[in-house]
Design a protein. Sequence first.
Length: 134
Amino acid sequence: MLDRGGIGGKKLGVGERLFRQAREVHVHFEKKPKLRAQFEPGILGGDLGLGAVIAGMAGVEATRDKPKQPDDQLDLFDDAFVVLSKRYKYWTKFDESQRHEARRSLRDSVKKMPADLRAEFKKAITAVEKEERA
């Protein structure tokens, strides 16, 4: 058991649990320098607590050398566009005030897109407009 008197412990507001977590993280970092490179910046930057680091390192170790599961993110991306396409009919029913709000929402969404995704939207719009003119 750690001494809670002297320079550490209750006088500094640091509990035994934190010391144990720090030791566990330190041991992992000594054995696996790649884990240190992955997690230490988050600890030092204050973005990660030691408990989260311990859990994260366990997750990394548990999934190492295992085949990656299929990416469900693509399905979610596709689903979002399916739902959105069902909402296009609302545009025709909006009054000018509602269209103004819809445009604002659209701009906000486009602003958050990565540049390469915006470029893909431009290509898709250009291709559709070209088809419509033909």
